[in-house]
Structures are given as structure tokens and as C-alpha cells.
Design a protein around this ligand. Structure first.
Ligand code: NAD
Length: 329
């Protein structure tokens, strides 16, 4: 079996690849793995260092149709993690988001169609639905994205759906809540706050801190993606699957837990103006995937403690990334 992982050098994609080549997904045991990644600021082969030499790497752009026409044929499974993924960056400048998150999906779906790829997974986000004050979205909820990031992801989902509806392309779409875990770029809230606190700095809390996010450990997210990948040839073309988190927390509560974990007080919290268009709450109903046997396994308390420990023990990984990102501002 040959598996192509686009965006496999980023936070979630690299977790998937490390797990896959280490035999963590028995149904794909022994798979030959190819990673395609442009290595943007968010992608780094250091994320794959623990499994170096156990996969093929192609340095390239998911928007490059010519490259994909050579690369995709022969793969039995294609999973697309490649994206611009940081909402704040999409507010500052949205062009790359539309290019990679929409055009990139189109180029990949076309290459899969031409190659007759039997199983494809497009990895997406709960943010495509907008914001919900109470209750949870099921897979049929209408899309109403609010940020350029989520709008571009919704565009990619619609392109994947169109290839499924028009051509019968066997692509499944997963949508998940906020991920956390090792190797997450230190611009995202958990690693940003944890590493700032480790360095004796303050942490910037948006608005009233009342925005609610549903947190999931990256290992659980990837187990959900794997289950969807295993049955993508049997799913309805274009079918959507939710992978929900295990802890709905306000940003205030998340901040409190991080302060506690690192022995810091509220004097280290700096209130900053709210993010523009900041969605108040996301919440997914994951009954469908649970009906197929999926359940998350990592409780938030345990997962957060392990993640904070990982950042404490892996300063060599995050310090240069953070410095480069801060210097570029
Ligand atoms: P990330 O930013 O850490 O990684 C993205 C990867 O894609 C990087 O390796 C980057 O180099 C690569 N990439 C970017 N543009 C590319 C291009 N044009 N061609 C090839 N490679 C390119 O993102 P992540 O947090 O790992 O997210 C992965 C996927 O999961 C994304 O599609 C994202 O929308 C989705 N997702 C993320 C979360 C989350 O909380 N992080 C939640 C739900 C869904």
C-alpha cells in the first residue's frame, strides 16, 4: 500500500506520519509513505526527525498540477493536511490562504481523479460552520465561515464535494475542533502561552476571554482521520465526518490551566483587543464517527500536562521557530 500525505511536515500531518510509519495504524501496516510539503514557515522536517529515512519526501507545492500529475499515480490513499492554518495571519493577509486552501485542494482532487485514487481524505475544520452559541453542529449544518482562513477552508471543502458529486471522486472530508499536542507551531495559543510563561513573559488574552473552543489531542484527531481513510472507498463520495474534542473551555479557563501548570499567576496575563470577527464558540456533534467505533482516548488534563512537559523538554525545537517568527514581524 502507498500513502501520500500532503502537508505532512506540519503539526498534525507530521503526527499522522510519525504514527503511520511506526505501525500505529495496523490497517496500513507496512505502507510506503510519501510526504509532499512546501515547507512554509509552519512546515519543518525536524517534525519528522524521529522517523527520518522511513518515508519519501517531495519538496513541493500542492497547487502544482504538473508535479501532482507525476506524484499522485500509484498511491492507494491520499490525505491532504496542506494548508495555511493560522487565523490571525489570514486576517493580516489572505491571498496565500485562498491559494493553498482552495486552489491546492482543486489541484489535488484533479490529480486524484486523473490517477483514479481509490481513497482520499480532505482534512478540514469546525470553523467552516461559523459560530454557535448553544448546541452542536451535525455534518449537515450549513457552512457560514467568518474568517479568511475558515472561508478558504470551506472553499476547499466545497471543491472536494464538487469533485465527489460531479465525478464520484471517493473523497471523505473530516472536520475537527482545536488541536493541541507536541510539535505545534508556537504561534498557536497553547504553545504560545506555555512557551511565553516558560520564558517569564506575559501572555496575550483576547477580549473578555469568553470565547469557547473544543480541544482535542492531535493523536485522537489523527486516529479519527485514519478511521475515515480506511473506509473512504466505502463512504458516500464527499461524505463529511466530525471529530469532536474532549474539553469545551473558554480561553479564560484554558489560560487558568496553563498558568497553574507552569506555576504562574494572573499578573502574567495581558488583556489585548479582541481578534477581528472572533467566533464565539465552535461545537461539533461526532455521533456519526463514534457510531463507526471511534472514541477519543486522551483526557484534556492528562494531554495538556504531557504537552506542557514536551515543550519544557524540547526548547531546542521551538526556540528558533519562535525567534524567526518574531523577527519576521
Ligand atoms: P500547520 O500550519 O502546522 O501545517 C500545514 C503544513 O502544510 C505545513 O507543513 C506547511 O509547510 C504545509 N503547506 C502549506 N502550504 C502548502 C502548499 N502550498 N503546498 C504544500 N504544503 C503546504 O497546520 P496544522 O495545524 O497541522 O493543520 C493541518 C490541517 O488540519 C489543515 O488543513 C488545517 O486546516 C486542519 N485543522 C487544523 C486544526 C488545528 O487546530 N490545528 C483543527 C482542525 C483542522
Amino acid at each position: 500500500m502507498r500513502v501520500l500525505v500532503a502537508g505532512g511536515a506540519g503539526f498534525i500531518g507530521s503526527h499522522y506520519v510519525r504514527e503511520l510509519v511506526s505501525g500505529g495504524y495496523p490497517a496500513f501496516a507496512g505502507a510506503e509513505v510519501t510526504v509532499l510539503d512546501k515547507l512554509t514557515y509552519a512546515g519543518d522536517l525536524a517534525n519528522l526527525e524521529p522517523v527520518a529515512g522511513r518515508f519519501a519526501f517531495v519538496h513541493g507545492d500542492v497547487c502544482n498540477g504538473e508535479l501532482l500529475a507525476h506524484l499522485v499515480p500509484g498511491h492507494d490513499v491520499v490525505i491532504n493536511f496542506a494548508a495555511e492554518s493560522h487565523v490571525d495571519r489570514s486576517i493580516a493577509s489572505a491571498g496565500e490562504f485562498v491559494r493553498t486552501n482552495v486552489q491546492g485542494v482543486q489541484a489535488l482532487m484533479q490529480a486524484c481523479l486523473d490517477a483514479g485514487t481509490p481513497r482520499i481524505v480532505q482534512v478540514s475544520t469546525d470553523e467552516v460552520y461559523g459560530s454557535i452559541d448553544t448546541g452542536s453542529w451535525d455534518e449537515d449544518a450549513p457552512l457560514a465561515p467568518n474568517s479568511p482562513y475558515s472561508a478558504a477552508k470551506a472553499g476547499g471543502d466545497m471543491i472536494a464535494r464538487a469533485y465527489a458529486r460531479t465525478h464520484g471522486l471517493p473523497v471523505s472530508i473530516t472536520r475537527c475542533g482545536n488541536n493541541y499536542g507536541p510539535y505545534q507551531f508556537p504561534e498557536k495559543v497553547i504553545p504560545l502561552f506555555a512557551t511565553n510563561l516558560m520564558d517569564g513573559r506575559t501572555v496575550p488574552l483576547y477580549g473578555d476571554g469568553g470565547n469557547v473552543r473544543d480541544w482535542i489531542h492531535v493523536a485522537d484527531h489523527c486516529r479519527g482521520i485514519q478511521l475515515v481513510a480506511e473506509r473512504a472507498d466505502r463512504a458516500e463520495p464527499g461524505e463529511v465526518f466530525h471529530i469532536a474534542g474532549t474539553a469545551e473551555l473558554t480561553n479564560l479557563e484554558l489560560t487558568r490551566r496553563l498558568l497553574d501548570a507552569l506555576g504562574a499567576g494572573w499578573d502574567r496575563v495581558e488583556r489585548v483587543a479582541d481578534r477581528k470577527g472572533h467566533d464565539r464558540r465552535y461545537s461539533l456533534d461526532d455521533a456519526k464517527l463514534r457510531g463507526l467505533g471511534y472514541a477519543p482516548t486522551i483526557g484534556f488534563e492528562e494531554g495538556l500536562a504531557a504537552t506542557v512537559r514536551w515543550y519544557e523538554e524540547n526548547r531546542d525545537w521551538w526556540e528558533p521557530l519562535k525567534k524567526r517568527a518574531e523577527d519576521a514581524r
